[in-house]
Design a protein around this ligand. Structure first.
Ligand code: FES
Length: 77
């Protein structure tokens, strides 16, 4: 879905920017140019970024148990 019509930026591009470390609308403005013309997309872009960051954090919370078991010596497991 196109989020920013003026710059033709999609939600996928915003999610990718979040995965690459974007943490704020200002980051998206700098990296992608979102909300730098008419500004109507600012709220939607922020919402997509927030969703993407929440999903990224949930993925990190779900990983530790798997990672810990991979690193254990067989006698310690
Ligand atoms: S729709 Fe994004 S700046 Fe206009």
């Amino acid at each position: 879905m196109i989020v920013c019509v003026c710059r033709r930026i999609s939600d996928h591009q915003i999610r990718q920017a979040a995965a690459d470390g974007a943490v704020s609308l200002e980051c998206l403005q700098f990296e992608l140019g979102v909300a730098t013309q008419c500004g109507r997309c600012a709220d939607c872009a922020s919402h997509v970024l927030c969703d993407a960051r929440a999903a990224k954090m949930q993925a990190h919370v779900a990983l530790p148990q798997h990672h810990v078991s991979i690193g254990l010596h067989p006698q310690m497991a």
